[in-house]
Design a protein around this ligand. Structure first.
Ligand SMILES: [Cu+2]
Length: 134
Protein backbone atom coordinates (compact mmCIF):
# COMPACT_ATOMS: atom_id res chain seq x y z
CA UNK A 1 0.00 0.00 0.00
CA UNK A 2 1.30 3.43 -0.93
CA UNK A 3 1.94 5.94 1.78
CA UNK A 4 0.53 9.43 1.48
CA UNK A 5 4.06 10.76 1.10
CA UNK A 6 4.73 8.60 -1.98
CA UNK A 7 1.45 9.61 -3.52
CA UNK A 8 2.37 13.27 -3.10
CA UNK A 9 5.84 12.63 -4.55
CA UNK A 10 4.35 10.86 -7.57
CA UNK A 11 1.97 13.75 -8.23
CA UNK A 12 4.83 16.27 -7.98
CA UNK A 13 6.95 14.29 -10.45
CA UNK A 14 4.02 13.90 -12.83
CA UNK A 15 3.21 17.62 -12.75
CA UNK A 16 6.89 18.49 -13.28
CA UNK A 17 7.18 16.16 -16.30
CA UNK A 18 3.90 17.36 -17.76
CA UNK A 19 5.03 20.95 -17.31
CA UNK A 20 8.37 20.27 -18.99
CA UNK A 21 6.68 18.49 -21.91
CA UNK A 22 4.19 21.33 -22.30
CA UNK A 23 6.97 23.86 -22.20
CA UNK A 24 8.90 21.99 -24.93
CA UNK A 25 5.85 21.86 -27.18
CA UNK A 26 5.19 25.57 -26.63
CA UNK A 27 8.85 26.42 -27.29
CA UNK A 28 8.85 24.42 -30.54
CA UNK A 29 5.65 26.10 -31.73
CA UNK A 30 6.88 29.58 -30.88
CA UNK A 31 10.10 28.83 -32.81
CA UNK A 32 11.73 32.14 -33.80
CA UNK A 33 9.67 34.44 -31.60
CA UNK A 34 11.31 35.36 -28.31
CA UNK A 35 9.46 34.45 -25.13
CA UNK A 36 9.15 38.12 -24.32
CA UNK A 37 8.21 40.53 -27.03
CA UNK A 38 10.19 43.71 -27.22
CA UNK A 39 8.38 46.99 -27.15
CA UNK A 40 6.97 47.96 -30.54
CA UNK A 41 7.41 51.63 -29.87
CA UNK A 42 5.28 53.83 -27.73
CA UNK A 43 1.50 53.65 -27.75
CA UNK A 44 0.24 57.21 -27.83
CA UNK A 45 -2.62 57.86 -25.46
CA UNK A 46 -4.31 61.26 -25.44
CA UNK A 47 -6.56 62.58 -22.71
CA UNK A 48 -8.98 65.47 -23.09
CA UNK A 49 -12.24 66.46 -21.42
CA UNK A 50 -13.48 63.80 -20.77
CA UNK A 51 -12.14 60.80 -22.57
CA UNK A 52 -9.09 58.89 -23.65
CA UNK A 53 -7.97 58.23 -27.19
CA UNK A 54 -7.64 55.34 -27.58
CA UNK A 55 -10.03 54.18 -24.90
CA UNK A 56 -8.85 50.62 -25.41
CA UNK A 57 -5.22 49.50 -25.43
CA UNK A 58 -4.61 45.93 -26.55
CA UNK A 59 -1.33 44.16 -25.95
CA UNK A 60 -0.15 40.59 -25.63
CA UNK A 61 1.00 38.82 -22.53
CA UNK A 62 4.72 39.33 -22.07
CA UNK A 63 4.88 42.53 -24.11
CA UNK A 64 7.05 45.32 -22.86
CA UNK A 65 4.52 48.10 -23.21
CA UNK A 66 5.61 51.70 -23.60
CA UNK A 67 2.94 54.34 -23.27
CA UNK A 68 3.33 58.00 -24.11
CA UNK A 69 0.56 59.72 -22.23
CA UNK A 70 -0.40 63.23 -23.21
CA UNK A 71 -2.99 65.67 -21.89
CA UNK A 72 -4.47 67.90 -24.58
CA UNK A 73 -6.38 70.50 -22.55
CA UNK A 74 -6.01 70.33 -18.76
CA UNK A 75 -3.94 67.98 -16.59
CA UNK A 76 -5.19 64.40 -16.64
CA UNK A 77 -4.22 61.18 -14.98
CA UNK A 78 -3.74 57.63 -16.14
CA UNK A 79 -4.32 55.22 -13.28
CA UNK A 80 -4.70 51.46 -13.10
CA UNK A 81 -5.41 49.85 -9.75
CA UNK A 82 -4.41 46.23 -9.86
CA UNK A 83 -1.90 44.10 -8.00
CA UNK A 84 -0.09 43.43 -11.28
CA UNK A 85 -0.36 46.94 -12.67
CA UNK A 86 0.00 49.72 -10.19
CA UNK A 87 0.18 52.69 -12.48
CA UNK A 88 -0.56 56.28 -11.60
CA UNK A 89 0.70 58.93 -14.02
CA UNK A 90 -0.19 62.54 -14.48
CA UNK A 91 0.39 64.65 -17.55
CA UNK A 92 -0.06 68.38 -18.01
CA UNK A 93 -0.55 69.97 -21.45
CA UNK A 94 2.82 70.18 -23.18
CA UNK A 95 4.36 67.74 -20.72
CA UNK A 96 3.67 64.19 -21.82
CA UNK A 97 4.87 61.31 -19.69
CA UNK A 98 6.42 58.15 -21.07
CA UNK A 99 6.39 54.99 -19.00
CA UNK A 100 6.70 51.29 -19.55
CA UNK A 101 5.65 48.06 -17.93
CA UNK A 102 5.68 44.35 -18.65
CA UNK A 103 2.23 42.96 -19.46
CA UNK A 104 2.56 39.94 -17.20
CA UNK A 105 -1.06 39.44 -16.25
CA UNK A 106 -3.78 38.52 -18.74
CA UNK A 107 -7.12 40.27 -18.43
CA UNK A 108 -8.95 43.55 -18.79
CA UNK A 109 -7.89 46.40 -16.57
CA UNK A 110 -9.74 49.71 -16.45
CA UNK A 111 -7.81 52.95 -16.46
CA UNK A 112 -9.19 56.24 -15.29
CA UNK A 113 -8.33 59.82 -14.41
CA UNK A 114 -7.86 60.27 -10.69
CA UNK A 115 -7.43 64.05 -10.73
CA UNK A 116 -10.05 65.88 -8.71
CA UNK A 117 -9.55 69.42 -10.01
CA UNK A 118 -12.24 68.97 -12.65
CA UNK A 119 -15.24 66.88 -11.54
CA UNK A 120 -15.82 65.78 -15.14
CA UNK A 121 -12.63 63.72 -14.95
CA UNK A 122 -14.54 61.11 -12.95
CA UNK A 123 -16.18 60.08 -16.22
CA UNK A 124 -12.91 59.26 -17.94
CA UNK A 125 -12.55 55.57 -18.54
CA UNK A 126 -10.53 53.26 -20.72
CA UNK A 127 -9.36 49.70 -20.65
CA UNK A 128 -6.09 47.89 -21.00
CA UNK A 129 -6.60 44.45 -22.51
CA UNK A 130 -3.79 41.94 -22.13
CA UNK A 131 -4.42 38.94 -24.39
CA UNK A 132 -2.96 35.53 -23.69
CA UNK A 133 -0.06 34.76 -25.98
CA UNK A 134 -0.80 31.76 -28.22
CU1 LIG B 1 -8.71 64.26 -16.12
Amino acid sequence: MYSRRWTVAAVVVFVALAGLAGWRVAAARAAPAPAFQQSKGPINVHARKYSYTPSRIEVEEGDLVTIRFEADDIPHGFTIDDDAYRISKRAAPGHPVVFEFRAEKVGTFPYYCNLAADPGCKKMRGELVVRRRR
